[in-house]
Design a protein around this ligand. Structure first.
Ligand code: 26Y
Length: 801
């Protein structure tokens, strides 16, 4: 049905009418979306079945990626592209006067993640399938993903996200493969036939029902699976109130927690974590046992990856299943568990490290708690042998201490591999944050610098640039993104530069149109599109960006002869609903936008735009249009960043600190093709250790700083003068934890250089093209190949070992 556009058109029309029960002219865009979606799903299903059959018959090692978040984004067009049928479909639809882009707008944008960690998981799935690697995702089918953001009078308001409102054409419910999860109750220990056994009594049962989604590889036959679990009531026990039982059960998968930085000790979140882990492990073991008889060899056929500590309960849960259900001894089970599991750390921010109070943990998961206690005791005994008498060290490294379960320690002790997500981040883990663990397990620690899938962030998001690259260097880069480096030989050709400038300009026009529609702001296409899009957080320092804009405003007001390259400052960010400071910064950006955009003279030179509801689908319009990428976190705080890579791949130049993957971007493109500034990670860590930073000194000694900081509370903004006092306090009274004022001067300097560099048009275009040429390293195909080789030890299908 997709072999040529006429065939497609014919089946599409037939299907449309039979599905919707109306004539073509009467059908809506949504009817058309649903019809096309169903046709594509059907087309995928034969490949999906074949892939699963191949996995069964070849019985090779498979990896399961456990993640509390998968930030997928829309799937229709990506699936068409990966299946190689996008052109056929687009052509057929055009004949019917239908625009594929309009149909795509009917698809909801599944936001089952907060930001970087969840989007990384989605990129990884795409790479696994494309590399023909047997790898699957396990996650939660949240009824409501990350909230929708509305801006009302400059303030963020959250609305429930409703991605399932019109159904989900990609999922298949598999009630026969449901798993049972037990919460609460008691453990009865008995001793018969020389064996201890544990019975979980009085537990509340929850049913985990899988919904499978196909993960289509690019131009290959592999279709892997993303299995999302839905919580439903199990068989009803007579002493329960059925309504409250139903409500409590379904609540487990009701919504995604919207905070990616503050560990909230909420019992529902702990329930989500155990729900994900227990159902996934049960399903993995069941499918292993279909083809294999010896559970003691599980780790020969299965690798299980835990994405941050959220699924770290996989350690005790796998132990439980192996001992209590499969009958292994502790030592046998421990060997299998540690050989099966691996763990990625995504943050060193202490607020984000999960620690669960025993009083919440133990009653909810009594058997799991027993097992963790035993793991902890054995681990502490090992430490005692190594460091006799060093109680301080043992207490510091223990899994349970001060009535808390430390999830990172559990993950480290129970895994065979621990990786950071960029070189500097992995080094900080080894030599500082987790040094004591590195000392005892030096070979477990490794780095896997993050990557992004160029299939979404270049081929799908930027077809114009994709075609230009194809016409210049051929199509090899499509399958081997490191071939993008071939572009480097062509960057001095004036034709290429002009064509790139045209592509960029077209994308800026598209974004400008969207801004005009949504924000009512007319922006100058010739201005620098200077973009900061990411979650709102103090450590990411959107405030530094804002202070720079206020400074520019002041200069432009004070000196009518001051001329700069015009700039449009574009922001996009969601704040966690309970994060007071982050919400204030959103309001501040809006107040600043009002001030700047309404000044008749200044607004001709600079403009400020906040784009509401930043999400994957909006990002696909933003990255291609950007000239400048703001990656300005306090050095040492951003583990990697991945937006930085998406900008680079689309030919934006980075203004960045020496943090996360920015450092590796600099190593790739060379110092002349990136704008770095600010304290190094070492300098930040030194300040934090010696306590010698005094933000007040910078306030007093730099007039520019004093002026912009004072403007937060002196009536400069039309809001009442107390509105932004807390922000000023964070900088002065609280001594500026993220070194905004310390890096201010250096940021102003580099931004001035950016403005000048942009005016050397030819050189700028060369730099942009150099960035694109070197972006191949940041493909998630490279990252996934490294995970497959070094951590999971899995091979692609069709390759014999
Ligand atoms: C415990 C809970 C509050 C929590 C929930 C979500 C904690 C963390 C998260 C998500 C963290 C996250 O997204 N981290 C980001 O991971 C990216 C992928 O590795 C990195 O590029 C980015 O630097 C890091 O902040």
């Amino acid at each position: 049905m997709f072999s040529n556009s006429d065939r497609f058109k014919e089946s599409f029309l037939k299907r449309l009418e039979s599905m919707c029960g109306k004539g073509f002219e009467e059908t809506t865009k949504r009817d058309q979306y649903l019809t096309l979606g169903n046709m594509v799903r059907e087309y995928i299903s034969s490949k999906w079945i074949e892939t699963n059959e191949l996995y069964r018959s070849e019985n090779k090692k498979q990896v399961y990626y456990l993640s509390i978040e998968f930030l997928l984004g829309r799937l229709l067009v990506q699936n068409l592209l990966n299946l190689g049928i996008k052109d056929v479909v687009e052509e057929g639809l055009n004949d019917l006067d239908i625009d594929l882009g309009d149909i795509e707008e009917c698809e909801s944008d599944p936001a089952l993640g907060n930001g970087g960690l969840g989007r990384l998981a989605a990129c990884f799935l795409d790479s696994l399938a494309t590399l023909n690697l047997p790898g699957h995702g396990y996650g939660i089918r949240y009824k409501h993903g990350l909230f929708d953001q509305k801006i009302v009078d400059g303030y963020q308001v959250e609305l429930p996200e409703q991605w399932l409102r019109h159904g989900n054409v990609w999922e298949v419910r598999k009630p026969d493969e449901a798993a049972e999860i037990l919460f609460w109750g008691k453990i009865e220990t008995s001793y018969d036939n020389n064996e201890l056994s544990f019975k979980h009594v009085g537990a509340e049962k929850v049913l985990a029902v899988p919904y499978d989604m196909p993960v289509v590889g690019y131009h290959v036959d592999t279709v892997n699976t993303l299995r999302l679990w839905n919580a439903e009531p199990a068989a009803f026990a007579p002493n329960q109130d059925i309504l409250s039982y139903k409500r409590d059960t379904e609540a487990i998968t009701d919504f995604l927690y919207p905070d990616d930085t503050h560990d909230e000790g909420k019992i529902l979140r702990l329930k989500q974590q155990y729900f994900l882990v227990s159902s996934s492990l049960q399903s993995i073991i069941a499918s292993y046992k279909k083809e294999n008889s010896n559970i003691r060899e599980l780790h020969h056929s299965v690798a299980i990856h835990i994405n941050d500590t959220h699924p770290a309960l996989a350690v005790p849960e796998l132990m439980r299943l192996l001992m209590d259900i499969e009958g292994l001894t502790w030592d046998e089970a421990w060997k299998v568990t540690t050989n099966t599991l691996s763990y990625t750390n995504h943050t060193i921010l202490s607020e984000a490290l999960e620690k669960w109070p025993i009083y919440l943990f133990k009653p909810l998961m009594p058997r799991i708690y027993m097992i963790i206690e035993e793991i902890n005791e054995r681990f502490c005994a090992e430490l005692w042998n190594k460091y006799p008498g060093d109680w301080h060290k043992i207490e510091h490294m223990a899994i349970i201490a001060h009535d808390l379960v430390k999830m990172a320690h559990l993950a480290i002790v129970g895994s065979n591999s621990i990786n950071g997500v960029a070189k500097i981040h992995s080094d900080i883990l080894k030599h500082r944050e987790m040094k004591s663990f590195y000392d005892i397990y030096p070979t477990k620690f490794n780095n896997k610098t993050n990557g992004i899938t160029h299939r979404r962030w270049l081929l799908k998001a930027n077809p114009g640039l994709t075609n230009l690259i194809k016409n210049t260097i051929g199509e090899d880069f499509v399958h081997q993104p490191d071939k993008l480096i071939d572009l480097k030989r062509h960057i001095y050709h004036p034709d290429l530069k002009e064509q790139f400038a045209n592509v960029k300009r077209k994308r800026k026009e598209i974004l400008a149109k969207r801004i005009a529609e949504k924000n009512g702001i007319l922006v100058d296409i010739d201005s620098i599109f200077d973009v900061q899009v990411k979650r709102m957080h103090a450590y990411k320092r959107q405030l530094l960006n804002v202070l720079h804009i206020i400074y520019l405003y002041n200069r432009l007001k004070e000196d009518v002869n001051y001329t700069i390259q015009p700039r449009t400052f574009i922001f996009g960010a969601k704040a966690s609903p309970t994060y007071y400071y982050a919400k204030k910064i959103i309001k501040l950006i809006h107040s600043l936008a009002d001030k700047v955009n309404n000044d008749p003279r200044v607004s001709k030179i600079i403009k400020v735009v906040f784009m509401e509801n930043y999400r994957v689908s909006l990002a696909e319009d933003i990255f291609p249009a950007a000239d400048v990428s703001e990656q300005i976190s306090t050095a040492s705080k951003e583990a990697s960043g991945t937006g930085n890579m998406k900008f680079m791949m689309n030919g934006a130049l980075t203004v960045g600190t020496l943090d996360g993957a920015n450092i590796e971007i600099m190593e790739e493109v060379g110092k002349d093709n990136i704008f770095t500034f600010g304290l190094t990670a070492q300098e930040v860590l030194n300040y934090e250790e010696n306590g010698r930073y005094r933000s007040m000194e910078y306030y007093h000694h730099d007039l520019r700083i004093r002026q912009v900081v004072d403007q937060l509370t002196n009536g400069f903004f039309s809001e009442d003068e107390g509105e932004f006092e807390s922000i000023k306090d964070s900088l002065l009274v609280q001594n500026d934890q993220y070194f905004v004022l310390r890096d201010f001067a250096s940021y102003i300097d580099i931004q001035e250089k950016v403005g000048v560099a942009y005016q050397q048009r030819d050189k700028w275009l060369e730099k942009a093209l150099i960035n694109i040429s070197h972006s191949g390293f940041f493909s998630s195909d490279r990252t996934i190949q490294q995970y497959a080789d070094d951590i999971w030890k899995i091979d692609p299908m069709g390759v014999r070992v």
